[in-house]
Write a protein of this length. Structure first.
Lengths: 542, 456
């Protein structure tokens, strides 16, 4: 935890409510996000119990699986889920704008510009917590290798038509969520914790109710009390007043309410199967429907508070103005969405179970680049984030006290002005360290020359009067002998220099998967490229 | 890390083991496999100061002599420059290419004085030279029609698997050299998704290489020429329990003496203890502190200042006459950059210059007479995976030729017992031994024997 984050937590404890950790919003929040509050059943991985889902706060769609171990009911749930999510995704697939992309020409091997489509906007899926993202990924994995009756008439337990397609999309959302700064699939508690610092541990911050209790405590109650209540308060029947955001449910709910309800449902179903005539069947169908309704009500009771909190959280996020670089990052999300749309349209097979060596390395490189980019952009967009970097010695701000013109040696001398900055910050400047400032949105680089007379950092900290840092400006001054107007800092300017780069260079190109070298097992064989459907196991036909 | 002339006198406690012969035998076997073996790769594990660079230079010269075009992959520009200089020292006639980036000051200016070293940012300019050296990052941008016959990959345990993937297409066969005990490569984003895959991109290059090519011959260098007889057994037991090594010198071969006698203060007493035994622990009172613990930082600076003030002199197999212990033969090692910055500032206050102060990551591969280490767990309320990492402690405890002085708050033993390592176990990942928790305890147990308590 950084020093500034520790400080903010201490302040939050003293103040009794969360402290801002950002002055702008660092993630894209769509106009019409699809909120998904899933629940899972204890005891079996990936057995959905139900969900609230929708784009309208006042009209969520309630889905429930009355017997979560019944595979037919599970497929019915997934089919319903597909009926909600896929039309939402499709509504973004058709509105496109023209864009350009560099591609390698297969014949000449040169990089050329190609006209392509880019979706004008992209869908956004919001889940309450990080565990929700893992659940989305798990659902995606469990569905994308299923076969429908249409794909394979021989399949013993065919999936409903659009379920494998939903699996591919959820897999894509889940994979994209691993890219730092992406917003296609967001866990609300993580986004909130990025923007507000509470007085509890980061582990406790994963509880959406407790987190919101710190950020917006009820009138007259401190954040700590409200958070404790959100975590622990139970009603007379022993049920949590603020059910966990899921997908896992509270054991007391499972034991006291859910298990008896499912048992009642099972009994009603067995009775219906044993009915001997129409009249008796009608009666028993009524009992079955009532049992099912009861389970639906339980699922709603458990998800509804979280549903409301997710929308509260989104409202809180919308009160912050969007950071300057957020749109640029959202554009990359749109590219990602468009790319997967095209792969689906082109009839490509589902994402493989495991990445091959080259794909894995490419993904890791992308994520590292995006992480560095995100760290830099958040600091540039937000003075509060920059303050944290300054405190960590990774940036410094101050007033220009002197500018002296100087030139580079060589045949064509270029301007290399020396700029002296007085700062109270204590950056970790090594010999000839690089520093960057933003000049019209582009980074201008400078080189650390040394500390000016009497300006070396003194023991005793900033109150000793700060230090005078001399920098040599290196670029962005035009081609002439005289620097372009406005390109050189002037005396009296207040500037902020970072020791980290503002933009990320692209990495080296890796070989194609077919060219995987011997050190990494050689090219993947045909059998590992062709993914077969998941085999039907005993658990599938319980 | 030069391998010195073999010590002339017999090591008393190991009449049967002659380090010079053992090291020579290992080197011969490595070169035989490299030059004439049937395998595409050869892996060499080298403990700290075992003559790894010497081996790389020698292998490069022999491969060049055998007429095999050779590329050398190192991890940092400093490592590449160092190898170029060593190659030119051994054979000034050899045509060597230094492939560098197009940044400003991409290489050490000392290379400009070497007549047979050609420098360029384009691989094509260096075509046909016997040996071309560069960093893995730069090699990754090189495209060739005809791969090199041979490559040497230096510091292969610090290279990430994905970096090897980017360059492995450039060569047919390779010699991989590195120290498995030092810091593992790391990634700034999580890679758990690929944990357990043989080609996990965030694993080390050697891990991936051996997972796919288990038949490759693995050698190791058996003798550390750097570590003194007082340090080699501890470092070997604590960090290389299954691949032990010996020191090249015997107990009496290295001596550290001081002209000015002790003034009885904590720093002086720990200096005397370390001069006598090779290890010293200056223990400050137990306390939870911020990372840049001002008392501990001042204690580090005080020890360094006294080392210099007291006129130290080092006797070793390299210089039988006492050589003065100068500032450039002393290093301070820390876990974090801000700690290093704080120590630098404290040293500047005392008027001490020229002492290397850096983090474990940046001290890798370097060698000094005396090191002063701020213990990674000193003053901490918890022990995280970062602070427990085996390699970090190994680097800090194995940079010295004479003595290592550790500055630490009391209570680290209890802290370790309160925080057993709790990293999740990943399926398919080979568990690395020893784990940092155990190695920390082993080192601490030894240091306690050389403890000097001090309340500044």
């Amino acid at each position: 935890m950084s020093l500034i984050a520790t400080l903010a937590r201490l302040e939050a404890v003293r103040a009794g409510h969360a402290q801002p950790a950002a002055t702008v919003r660092h993630r894209h929040v769509a106009e019409r996000p699809l909120v998904f509050v899933p629940l899972t059943t204890a005891g079996e991985a990936g057995a959905p119990l139900g969900a609230l889902i929708g784009t309208d706060r006042d009209a969520p769609r309630l889905l429930a699986v009355p017997q979560p171990r019944d595979r037919d009911l599970r497929f019915a749930f997934l089919a319903e889920l597909a009926d909600v999510i896929l039309p939402y995704i499709d509504s973004y697939a058709d509105t496109v704008e023209a864009a350009e992309r560099s591609e390698t020409d297969p014949e000449t091997g040169k990089r050329v510009k190609v006209e392509v489509e880019l979706c004008a906007d992209a869908p956004q899926l919001i889940v309450p917590s990080r565990a929700g993202i893992d659940f989305v990924r798990l659902l995606g994995r469990s569905m994308r290798f299923r076969r429908t009756a249409e794909q394979d008439p021989e399949a013993p337990h065919p999936a409903p038509p659009r379920v494998p397609l939903l699996g591919r999309w959820l897999t894509h959302f889940g994979e994209r969520a691993r890219v730092p700064g992406s917003s296609l699939l967001l866990a609300l508690s993580e986004v909130l914790a990025r923007h507000w610092t509470t007085g509890q541990s980061s582990l406790e911050d994963q509880h959406l109710g407790a987190l919101l209790a710190w950020i917006a405590p009820p009138e007259g109650v401190s954040g700590a009390e409200a958070a404790l209540r959100a975590e622990l308060a139970r009603d007379a029947a022993g049920q949590l007043e603020c059910p966990p955001a899921g997908p896992a449910t509270d054991p007391a709910f499972d034991n006291k309410l859910l298990a008896p309800a499912i048992e009642r449902y099972d009994r009603a179903r067995t009775a219906l199967a044993a009915a001997e005539d129409g009249l008796e069947a009608d009666d028993r169908l009524g009992a079955l429907t009532a049992a099912e309704q009861h389970i639906r009500a339980l699922v709603e009771q458990c998800t509804r508070p979280t549903w409301e909190k997710v929308w509260d959280g989104l409202d809180l996020l919308r009160t912050l103005p969007e950071g300057a670089h957020v749109a640029e990052r959202w554009t990359r999300d749109r590219w990602s969405f468009t790319g997967h749309r095209d792969r689906v349209l082109a009839g490509e097979p589902p994402q493989p179970r495991r990445d091959d060596a080259v794909t894995a390395a490419n993904k890791l490189a992308t994520r590292e680049r995006e992480q560095a980019r995100l760290d830099a952009q958040e600091a540039l967009d937000d003075p509060l984030v920059m303050a944290g970097r300054r405190l960590a010695g990774e940036a410094f701000a101050g007033e220009v006290t002197d500018v002296a013109m100087a030139y580079s040696e060589g045949r064509r001398p270029s301007p290399r002005p020396l700029v002296t900055v007085r700062t109270d910050d204590r950056p970790h400047l090594g010999e000839r360290a690089r520093a960057y400032r933003s000049l019209g949105g582009k980074p201008q680089s400078a080189e650390f020359v040394g500390f000016a007379e009497d300006g070396a950092p003194e023991e005793g900290g900033p109150e000793a009067g700060g230090s005078l840092i001399v920098l040599r400006i290196l670029d962005k001054m035009g081609r002439g002998k005289e620097p372009e107007a406005g390109s050189v800092p002037e005396k009296g300017d207040h500037l902020c220099f970072t020791l980290f780069e503002h933009e990320q260079r692209g990495g080296a190109k890796l070989p194609d998967p077919e060219q995987t070298p011997w050190t990494h097992g050689g090219p993947p064989g045909e059998e590992s490229v062709r993914e077969t459907p998941d085999p039907v196991t005993e658990e599938d036909v319980l | 890390m030069t391998a010195p002339a073999h010590p002339a006198r017999e090591i008393p406690d190991s009449a049967a083991f002659d380090p010079g012969t053992a090291a020579a035998r290992a080197t011969e076997a490595i070169l035989r496999d490299t030059l004439h073996g049937p395998h595409r790769g050869v892996v060499v594990d080298s403990p700290p100061g075992a003559g790894k660079s010497t081996l790389v230079v020698r292998a490069a010269l022999e491969l060049a002599e055998a007429g095999r075009p050779l590329m050398v992959v190192a991890q940092t520009n400093a490592q590449v420059d160092d190898l170029v200089v060593r190659l030119a020292e051994k054979n000034p006639e050899l045509p060597v290419g230094r492939l560098h980036s197009s940044d400003t000051d991409p290489y050490d200016k000392a290379l400009d004085d070497l007549p047979n070293v050609r420098k360029s940012a384009k691989a094509a300019d260096l075509a046909g030279l016997d040996v071309v050296l560069s960093t893995a990052a730069k090699w990754a941008h090189v495209k060739v029609d005809e791969p090199w016959r041979h490559a040497i990959v230096d510091e292969a345990y610090q290279m990430r698997s994905d970096a090897l993937l980017a360059v492995a297409g450039l060569f047919e066969r390779a010699l991989f050299v590195g120290d498995p005990g030092q810091l593992d490569p790391f990634s700034i984003v999580g890679g758990e998704q690929w944990a357990g895959l043989s080609y996990d991109p965030s694993a080390s290059a050697v891990t991936t290489l051996l997972a796919h090519n288990p038949e490759l011959p693995q050698h190791r260098l058996p003798v550390s020429w750097r570590l003194p007889a007082s340090a080699a057994p501890l470092v070997s037991d604590a960090f290389y329990p299954y691949t032990p090594f010996r020191s090249g010198t015997g107990p009496g071969d290295r001596r550290l003496t001081f002209a000015v006698p002790s003034d009885g203060s904590g720093p002086d007493r720990v200096i005397d203890e370390a001069a006598e035994s090779g290890w010293g622990l200056l223990e400050l009172p137990a306390r939870h502190t911020p990372r840049t613990d001002p008392e501990a930082v001042r204690a580090v600076a005080a020890v360094v200042a006294r080392l210099l003030e007291r006129g130290g002199a080092a006797v070793s197999e390299r210089s039988p006459d006492p050589a003065p212990l100068a500032a450039d033969r002393i290093a301070v090692g820390t876990a974090h950059r801000d700690q290093a910055a704080a120590v630098r500032a404290a040293l500047a206050d005392l008027g001490v210059t020229n002492v290397t102060v850096d983090t474990a990551n940046r001290l890798q591969g370097r060698e000094f007479d005396v090191t002063v280490v701020l213990h990674p767990l000193s003053g901490r309320p918890d022990a995280t995976a970062f602070h427990l990492e085996t390699g970090r402690l190994c680097v800090l405890a194995s940079r010295h030729r004479h003595a290592c002085i550790v500055i630490c708050r009391a209570g680290v033993g209890e802290l370790l017992d309160d925080h057993p390592s709790t990293e999740p176990v990943q399926l398919g990942v080979t568990v690395k031994f020893p784990d940092g928790w155990e190695a920390n305890h082993a080192v601490l147990a030894r240091l306690r024997e050389h403890r000097v308590g001090w309340a500044p």
